[in-house]
Design a protein around this ligand. Structure first.
Ligand code: ADP
Ligand code: MG
Length: 327
């Protein structure tokens, strides 16, 4: 362990929308986590749980309503947009739909080289050489440089988007559902590419997906989101071996059990009902209405995300009254 601050420290990150008749909508409420250099944190949760809002407010593509985002100890949530610009190089994002993010009128060479040109990196010839290296790094042929995004398949377009995202040698890439639009066979190719980039270039990833099996494949740690909050966070293997929060148990129950898989055949729990109304959050645990283990206290007091004893041997960050606080 080093004494240096983590690459990223997020504290109390909150995003609300609207004030009108419908009231304030909490898209993201009081999210805390940190990420070390080169680490991959998976973020999983059902649609509407706040994953995209987390990724975007973190990078200030959406302005947070409250909270701190420190990069190497510096609070970027407080920076003016011009002071933020040099930091933007270090923080990149890729999306589910790479086509929407790639200018159809630009050649692939221009698309990938654009961030280098915008930030005035190297001479024209140096940038062209760098684009060739990037194409190679993401597994595309050199002749891609003169072609257009629409000439490529979905998986190849995601490779183009990844090449563009890593052009400036970022420290962190937020990947928001990067394989959700792809066929399963193509998904694993892109996940392997992301794993290689992480290993070879030391890039940290915030890897967002609604699909637990995808998140598991690439993450060192996993944060489970529910209703704009992180409800459980653990090392990937620990989370899959012994999910603690009833919502995590329910999510895992929905993942098909594969023979020889390390996931124990846990008791399957079907989650019925819907997310609460975000403009009228319940006073207690937001999962209480759907939780098979809910107690009276769960409907009254919202359990904070704190370190709790989840077994005789293990403590974990989990927001659930079923577990005692640790120390
Ligand atoms: P996810 O990515 O997990 O599907 P989102 O972050 O997109 O979730 O959305 C979280 C919540 O915030 C949802 O209730 C969504 O309706 C709400 N939300 C997201 N963006 C906006 C917006 N621009 N205006 C109002 N509500 C929004
Ligand atoms: Mg989303």
């Amino acid at each position: 362990m080093t004494a240096a601050p983590p690459l990223l420290e997020v504290e109390g990150l909150t995003k609300t929308y609207g004030q009108g008749r419908a009231g304030k909508v909490f898209a993201l409420a009081d999210v805390d986590f940190s990420l070390n250099k080169g680490e991959t944190l998976g973020v999983v949760g059902e649609s509407g749980s706040g994953k995209t809002t987390l990724g975007r407010t973190l990078l200030r593509l959406t302005e947070p309503s409250a909270g701190r985002v420190r990069v190497d100890g510096e609070d970027i949530a407080a920076l003016s947009l011009s002071a933020l610009k040099p930091l933007r190089r270090r923080l990149q994002i890729i999306f589910q739909d790479p086509f929407g993010a790639l200018n159809p009128r630009h050649t692939v060479g221009k698309v990938i080289g654009e961030p280098l040109a915008v930030h005035g990196v190297g001479s024209k010839a140096e940038r062209a050489a760098k684009v060739r290296d990037l194409l190679d790094a993401v597994g595309l042929e050199p002749d891609a440089v003169d072609r257009y995004p629409h000439e490529f398949s979905g998986g190849q377009r995601q490779r183009i988007a990844i090449a563009r995202a890593i052009a400036l040698e970022p420290d962190l890439v937020v990947a928001d559902e990067p394989v959700s639009a792809l066929d399963v066979s193509i998904q694993s190719q892109i996940l392997n590419l992301i794993a290689d980039l992480r290993r070879e270039r030391g890039i940290a990833f915030l890897f967002i997906s609604h699909d637990l099996s995808v998140v598991r494949h690439v993450s060192d740690r996993v944060a489970v989101m529910y209703f704009g909050r992180i409800v459980e966070q653990a090392e990937t293997d620990a989370l899959f071996a012994s999910p603690a929060h009833p919502y995590t148990v329910a999510l895992l129950s929905a993942v098909p059990h594969v023979a020889g898989d390390a996931i124990p055949a846990i008791e399957r729990v079907a989650v019925t009902g819907e997310l609460p109304d975000p403009s009228n959050p319940p006073p207690g645990c937001p999962f209480a209405a759907r939780c098979p283990k809910a107690m009276d206290v769960c409907r009254q007091d919202r359990p904070p995300l704190v370190r709790r004893n989840v077994s005789e041997r293990e403590t974990r960050d989990v927001a659930c009254h079923l577990f005692e606080g640790a120390g």
